[in-house]
Design a binder for this molecule. Structure first.
Ligand code: GDP
Ligand code: MG
Length: 266
C-alpha cells in the first residue's frame, strides 16, 4: 500500500510500511516541544508557548527509499483520556519526557509508561511492528545542574532496566546535549534507519520537493550524502477517523483479525 503525502505543491509516495508515528508525552512545561523543535529545526526558544496538540511531518529520502515520520507533540494535560489512548495506539515510537527538577513530572512518566504498556498490550503480537514499543525516557533540563535535581539517575535507570525496548537519557534541549544520541538510540531500537536522526541526514528545503521522491535524488554538491529529510510544512493532524483506520490497518497488517474487537478505545 502506498500513501500519498502532500508537501506544499509536491506529493510524495511513501510505502505504508515506511510510515511511522512518534508520540511525545509528559507533563506540561517539561520540554516536549523544545525537543521536537531541536529535532525539526535545531532551534531552542527560552519562551514558553503552551501546546494544545501539535502535529508535524518529516519526509525522508534515504538511499532512494521514501520514509515518513509523523510527530505528535502532546499537550501534557489531557482533558480527554480517550484522546491520549488514541495517541498511544497510533504511536510506533515514544518519547516520554520529565524535567529533572520536577519530581511530579517523573511520577507522570511512570504513569505514562504503564499506560503505554497497558494500551499496547491489546495489540501485542498481532504484527511484528507493534509487538515492541520502543520508547526513550528523557530527563530533560540537565543544564540546571545537580543543585536543582529532584530525580536521581539510578531511579530513572531502574525504570528501564531489563527492557531492551526502553532507554533512559539525561538531556538538555536548551544546550542540545545528548539529544541526538537519544534520537539515534530510539530509531535503532525501533529498527528505523538511523539516518532519520537530525545529525545524520541533510536537511532539504521545500524548493527541491519536486525531485525529492526520485530514486536518484542527489544534491550534486553533496556527493557523499545519501540521506535527506524535508519538513512537510502543511501537515495537519489526521482526523480521529483516520487514526482509527491507521490503527486498524496496523492491527490487521498480518491478517490477525480475530482479536481486533478487544482493542477498544474508551
Ligand atoms: P512542554 O510544555 O513540555 O512542551 O515544554 P516546552 O518545550 O514548551 O518548554 C517549557 C519551558 O522550559 C520553556 O520555557 C523552555 O524554554 C524551557 N526548557 C525546555 N527545555 C529546556 C532545557 O533543556 N533546559 C532549560 N533550562 N529550559 C528548558
Ligand atoms: Mg509543548
Amino acid at each position: 500500500m502506498m500513501k500519498t503525502v502532500s508537501s506544499g505543491n509536491c506529493t510524495f509516495s511513501v510505502p505504508a510500511k515506511n510510515s511511522y508515528r512518534m508520540v511525545v508525552l509528559g507533563a506540561s512545561r517539561v520540554g516536549k516541544s523544545s525537543i521536537v523543535s531541536r529535532f525539526l529545526n535545531g532551534r531552542f526558544e527560552d519562551q514558553y508557548t503552551p501546546t494544545i496538540e501539535d502535529f508535524h511531518r518529516k519526509v525522508y529520502n534515504i538511499r532512494g527509499d521514501m520514509y515518513q515520520l509523523d510527530i505528535l507533540d502532546t499537550s501534557g494535560n489531557h482533558p480527554f483520556p480517550a484522546t491520549r489512548r488514541l495517541s498511544i495506539l497510533t504511536g510506533d515510537v515514544f518519547i516520554l519526557v520529565f524535567s529533572l527538577d520536577n519530581r511530579d513530572s517523573f511520577d507522570e512518566v511512570k504513569r505514562l509508561r504503564k499506560q503505554i504498556l497497558e494500551v499496547k498490550s491489546c495489540v501485542k503480537n498481532k504484527t511484528k511492528e507493534l509487538a515492541e514499543f520502543p520508547m526513550v525516557i528523557c530527563g530533560n533540563k540537565n543544564d540546571y545542574g545537580e543543585h536543582y535535581r529532584k530525580v536521581h539517575s539510578e531511579e530513572a535507570e531502574r525504570l528501564v532496566s531489563g527492557d531492551e525496548n526502553c532507554a533512559y537519557f539525561e538531556i538538555s534541549a536548551k544546550k542540545n546535549s545528548n539529544v541526538d544520541e537519544m534520537f539515534q538510540v530510539l530509531f535503532s531500537m525501533a529498527k528505523l534507519p538511523h539516518e532519520m536522526s537530525p545529525a545524520l541526514h541533510r536537511k532539504i528545503s521545500l524548493q527541491y520537493g519536486d525531485a525529492f521522491h526520485q530514486k536518484s535524488f542527489r544534491m550534486r554538491r553533496l556527493k557523499e550524502v545519501d540521506a535527506y529529510g524535508m519538513i512537510s510544512p502543511f501537515a495537519r493532524r489526521p482526523s480521529v477517523n483516520s487514526d482509527l483506520k491507521y490503527i486498524k490497518a496496523k492491527v490487521l497488517g498480518e491478517g490477525h483479525s480475530r482479536d481486533r474487537e478487544k482493542c477498544t478505545i474508551q
